[in-house]
Design a protein around this ligand. Structure first.
Ligand SMILES: [Zn+2]
Ligand SMILES: [Zn+2]
Length: 242
């Protein structure tokens, strides 16, 4: 890249900064927690978030220390363990943050998630070889413009210094899980995912990343195809757990 390219990049960066200043002036950020002007989550409200981790059976929600399924539940789910940073409550600060992250164009709230992830992993070790974000189908990606799991996965990758791989593909468009009952959810997900280049994953420990974990049926379906591809261990990670 010559001088022209660098100049163009500098101009673009300057433009982005100007746009940000204008945006902040017209639509100043207000804290989701206390409405103070300045940041999407002020430092005082950030400290109210419980970042101590949620470790419980991914099926029946009984608390334990590892996030592994209890013996009776092992047959009902394909993931080996689930780890979340914080409990999910819709009408609390975390719920507002998630809603804004998913449905509005609030880029700055992403940085709050990045901070939560860095803080969490600075005191919780997790040993995996690669990270996979729960994929969105191309059609939904086009509707939304981004995959929220991919953004979370990028922050986790940066925090843990572990690469993201893209071997898991959403092969079939599915209806939105949130609108379905549990039985319908499982039917809806049948054959929704496929693996590309499965030999790359043999014996690996994979961290499957999502934004919120509720019934776990989507992640379990991902884990099922990963296990069929001879993956060694599937750990599920989400920022919040319902
Ligand atoms: Zn606040
Ligand atoms: Zn259980």
């Amino acid at each position: 890249m010559g001088f022209g390219g660098n100049n163009n990049m500098n101009i673009r960066r300057t433009l982005n900064e100007i746009i940000k200043i204008i945006k902040d002036t017209i639509f100043p950020a207000h804290c989701f927690g206390c409405d103070t002007e300045g940041k999407f989550v002020c430092d005082d409200c950030y400290r109210t978030l419980d970042l101590s981790g949620v470790f419980c059976c991914p099926v029946c929600h009984v608390h334990n220390e590892t996030g592994r399924p209890c013996i009776a539940c092992t047959q009902k789910i394909y993931i080996d363990r689930h780890v979340a940073i914080t409990p999910y409550t819709e009408d609390a600060l975390i719920g507002d943050m998630m809603h804004s992250f998913k449905y509005h164009y609030a880029e700055d709230v992403r940085e709050v998630f990045a901070r939560m992830i860095d803080d969490f992993f600075s005191s919780h070790a997790i040993e995996v070889d690669a990270i996979i974000a729960v994929p969105l189908h191309r059609r939904r990606y086009v509707e939304r413009g981004f995959n929220q799991s991919e953004i979370i996965a990028q922050f986790v990758a940066r925090s843990l210094h572990i690469p993201i791989v893209h071997n898991l593909i959403r092969s079939r468009h599915t209806r939105q899980q949130a609108k379905l009952h549990r039985d319908e959810r499982l039917k809806n997900l049948y054959n929704a995912f496929t693996i590309e280049n499965p030999h790359e994953l043999v014996g690996k420990r994979i961290l499957v990343v999502d934004d919120v974990f509720t019934t776990g049926s989507t992640v379990s379906e991902c884990a099922k195809v990963l296990k069929e591809a001879q993956v060694g261990e599937v750990v599920s990670f989400s920022v919040a757990r319902g």
